[in-house]
Design a protein around this ligand. Structure first.
Ligand SMILES: Nc1ncnc2c1ncn2[C@@H]1O[C@H](COP(=O)(O)OP(=O)(O)O)[C@@H](O)[C@H]1O
Ligand SMILES: [Mg+2]
Length: 388
């Protein structure tokens, strides 16, 4: 029997739609001679739907109609795999929709890419591709990732973290602290979002106030970072794990304005159902061989600094010759497959490698003990009343 790969996408994130496109791309690219694939669409309210309609992109134009055509399922532990059982449970007939051997999470953004979904699969005990819980969580928080990059000796732009609570309590003090440390202009980003949502450049104190208020619509905290004027952007993906991590080709995304917007990333070049891989970009990036090697080296270091596994894309900002690591995406759009193609790796092969790494991690974990026999509960006579 072929291993069953559960491709999970959607979820309660501002990048829900993008994840649907990435997820179905991955589903269609899995080598069907090697695997059986199951599409699992997660609604914004946390319900899971499977079925043939869930695998067809056209159906997503009408979500209420889509879920009616699908089977609602819930994943439950099944001895190192996950059973998708029909929900509500059926008294008669088939009770099990499918049993999943390995999950391929193709999700973007908070509540899914940030370790939440990875923790869910870990709790179920089913292998899953990509970063584990800690790397996923660290990679979602722009302040935490910057701190880890800095600790690893990587060049990053200086920034401060402003919490909404501190901002509401004393905005003038927060403004002053940010301005004194960073000067102007600055760029304000919700601390744990992606796809340029909620990001604004501020050139003076009033604009910074407005930018922070806007960022707090999305997150409890904001990153205020020194802004570069007209930086070039270069991205490089990395594939592997702690033992062996390899960089991809570099790309230069092309923006239509000041910052690379949601529109630039997904809409303007995204015709023909190619999603993120159809956005405007130059591959290979037109940079010198020396700069390319430097960036590829930094990308591997950044991947290692967070303890990433699977595939991640590391984004850089160039200020003249100066290179800064901007951010990591632990589940990049289109899983960054198009960055591995120039070196001869096709998307199905990238997916093979992600599944292989997921199963290898699970074998390593299985060797570690998760129980020690203390006999505490067998001999326990203490009750559970609180004692002074
Ligand atoms: N320090 C900066 N200076 C100038 N532009 C920036 C800076 N940081 C980010 N940008 C621009 O904003 C875009 C989005 O910022 P980024 O940190 O990548 O957040 P996201 O997670 O939303 O992609 C970048 O692609 C770039 O165009
Ligand atoms: Mg980005």
């Amino acid at each position: 029997m072929k291993p069953v790969i559960g491709v999970f996408f959607g979820g309660n994130s501002v990048e829900h739609e993008v994840s649907v496109i990435s997820g179905l791309q991955a589903l269609n690219s899995l080598n069907k001679d090697k695997y059986d694939a199951v599409a699992v669409y997660m609604t914004r309210s946390g319900e899971f739907y499977a079925g043939e309609a869930a695998a067809r992109i056209e159906e997503y134009a009408d979500l209420p109609a889509l879920v009616k055509k699908c089977e609602r399922v819930v994943p439950v532990p099944a001895g190192g795999r996950a059973d998708l059982i029909f929900y509500p449970p059926r008294k008669l007939g088939k009770k099990l929709y499918a049993t999943i051997d390995c999950v391929l999470p193709v999700v973007h953004g908070t509540n899914v890419e940030d370790g939440a979904l990875q923790g869910f699969f870990r709790t179920l005990g089913v292998p899953f591709a990509g970063c584990d819980v800690l790397a996923s969580a660290a990679g979602m928080d722009k302040f935490v990732m910057k701190t880890l990059f800095r600790a690893a000796g990587l060049p990053v732009l200086d920034a401060v973290r402003v919490s909404e609570a501190a901002w509401r309590a004393d905005p003038d003090a927060e403004l002053k602290a940010a301005e004194e440390r960073l000067g102007m202009p600055v760029i304000v980003k919700p601390v744990d979002l992606g796809s340029s949502v909620g990001i604004t450049i501020a050139r003076d104190a009033d604009a910074l106030r407005a930018a922070l208020d806007n960022a707090f619509l999305f997150s409890d905290a904001a990153l205020v970072e020194r802004a570069l004027t007209d930086p070039r952007e270069i991205n490089c993906a990395v594939l592997g794990n702690a033992d062996d991590a390899k960089p991809s080709e570099c790309e230069e995304p092309v923006s239509g304005g000041d910052i690379l917007s949601y529109e630039d990333k997904y809409v303007s070049g995204g015709k023909g159902g190619k999603g993120m891989s159809g956005a405007k970009r130059l591959i290979p990036a037109p940079i010198s061989p020396e700069l390319r090697e430097k960036i590829r080296g930094y990308a591997v270091s950044a991947f290692r600094a967070l303890g990433c596994e699977g595939v991640a894309r590391i984004d850089f900002l160039l200020d003249g010759d100066e290179v800064f690591v901007n951010e990591i995406n632990t589940i990049p759009g289109s899983l960054a497959f198009y960055l591995f193609e120039p070196a001869g790796m096709k998307y199905p092969e990238l997916l093979d490698e992600l599944i292989r790494l997921a199963l290898a991690r699970e074998r390593r974990r299985a060797r570690r003990s998760t129980s020690i026999d203390t006999g505490i509960l067998k001999n326990y006579k203490g009750g559970t009343k609180l004692r002074k």
